[in-house]
Write a protein that binds this ligand. Sequence first.
Ligand code: TPP
Ligand code: SF4
Length: 348
Amino acid sequence: MSHVSQPKPTEKPYDLIIFEPGKKYDLPLTLNLRQLAEERRPMILPGHRLCAGCAAPIIVKLVSFALRGPTIIANATGCLEVATTIFPYTSWAVPWIHNAFENAAATASGIEAAIKAMKKTGRLPYDHIDVIVFAGDGGTFDIGLQALSGMAERGHDVLYILYDNEAYMNTGIQRSGGTPPFAWTTTSPVGKVIPGKSQEKKPIADIMVAHRIPYVATATPAHWADMIKKVRKGIEVDGPAFIHALSPCNRGWRHDLDLAIEICKRAVDTCYFPLWEWERGKGYMLTDRSLAIAKNPQLKQPIEKFLEVQGRFRHLLKPENRHLLKQFQEYVDAVWEDLLNRAVNAPK
Ligand SMILES: Cc1ncc(C[n+]2csc(CCOP(=O)(O)OP(=O)(O)O)c2C)c(N)n1
Ligand code: SF4
């Protein structure tokens, strides 16, 4: 028998975000990382099979820290879904449903409608239940777009979170509507015929702004407090909300395993992936680092900083491809300038 004293049972409320019928929580938003790590159990638990260094589970953890009570997750097919639910196990600590690639937003709409009906007939033991969708870029820019648009148009009170790893990663790195120009993928290979993907990235977040839903935002896991605040806003608004989160994928982007967060920082610093939010009645507003860059343009980095650490863009840095690099820079600058013109808090 050991005489070593056993650790005292923790008094921390580790089960705070677990869905328990009969209990009702309304959690304040905390932006202290230590406190969050000590007091909040993420809704995704250790033991999942996502690749080491993948940004997707970091995004899910950060989203967990913004939850305010009972929450149901609808998850479209993709890396996050297959790697967290290997039968008969699950990594999810909240109610979770898998949907086909094309209907995550439709499933979430149905769940939200059912919650409303139960509340109306007095069968719901809560004031509210939040419904959140997680879907990849393939499931959002491409196959799931019609369901997402329908959810937005009907006004369902659902937060849709796109984790954008810029290709169909789960099935072998095929290009999607979210893949950037010139990126190598298995269906946009770099060679004599094409220099990677021939098209630009679909402006998915602006497409959602065009639906005039209450709240749309972009985010990265590197800008964690910005992301947590945006997620909380997204679940607090009455009606549909959409968050576009950049999610580096070392398998498809061909970068070192420990670079996911660094690459997110470079994506924002080069204005490849600006941070902003759009609220109905307020318009576009730059946030966090992107607001700082708008106020101090000398902080803006050349696009090479984002490209140079990723094998999918290696060809762009060869001397014979300078003209492609210039095209990429012009594309990024044009999107950034357009955003500066629209953002109400950008210096004019
Ligand atoms: C209608 C349909 N077409 C194709 C597939 C096969 N499929 C499963 S996952 C996937 C790629 C998912 O890509 P994305 O949404 O970007 O998520 P990721 O795997 O990158 O996380 C595809 C093509 C499918 N399940 N359903
Ligand atoms: S393939 Fe990419 S997105 Fe999928 S689990 Fe691995 S790192 Fe993550």
